[in-house]
Design a protein around this ligand. Sequence first.
Ligand code: NAG
Ligand code: NAG
Ligand code: CA
Length: 223
Amino acid sequence: MKFLVCLVIFVANAGAIQDLSGKMFTFPQQTKTYYVKLITAKRNLGAATVCHRSFTDLKRDHCLFSKSTPSFPNEFLVFYDYTNKEVEIHLKEQKAEYRFLDYKPNQWHSLCTTWDMGSGLVQVWFNGMPLARKFVKQANMTGEPIIILGQEQDSHGGGFDINQSFVGMMTDVHMWDYVLSSCEIQKYMSELSFTPGNVLNWAALDFQINGRVLIENKQMYCQ
Ligand SMILES: *[C@@H]1O[C@H](CO)[C@@H](O)[C@H](O)[C@H]1NC(C)=O
Ligand SMILES: *[C@@H]1O[C@H](CO)[C@@H](O)[C@H](O)[C@H]1NC(C)=O
Ligand SMILES: [Ca+2]
């Protein structure tokens, strides 16, 4: 009996792999407990690219992508600093800041970040435009990852701050274990067909939803 109960709980919590093409996550309210956890078996990355599209009207700091390991809560973090009006890419305890972006409220923004651990260089692409390449840190991604959308991790899988939570919509989240070519990134930005992520793939996403986060159809424009 005990075994059965455990099994049921395990099944209920297990991430189901889903094709979310044409869908989005809607984060409809400000909390410090609602989030989506993205699951990957990939460890020990020597490079990475993370892409996502998001839509919000938040008038405060917020987190767009949070990957932690037991040693580094901000192993890889994409964060919007509202006070300084900048996108910050945190890598372990270092960060790069990207300013003068047209990060308007109430519209979709496509953002890709590349990181090559050999050179330590980071580059953000914002709405189709490549931004400056910046040195952040030479180090591999190692250790058990926890990847979260909707909240910012101050500890491994927790330490959320309601004032850094994400409210709005998010879609097309992909992660690769290499630096995507600029051509592939431009295809992603233009919503053309591109090579899907091999660490996280929106079209075959393994995830768990905690709380009120909805999977809804993307709202398309009529032609
Ligand atoms: C970093 O990762 C790459 C690719 O997995 C590997 O070849 C390299 O030896 C690693 N470097 C360190 C310092 O761990
Ligand atoms: C969040 O921000 C509001 C408004 O600035 C503030 O009153 C509240 O104390 C903050 N909460 C936390 C947990 O920092
Ligand atoms: Ca925080």
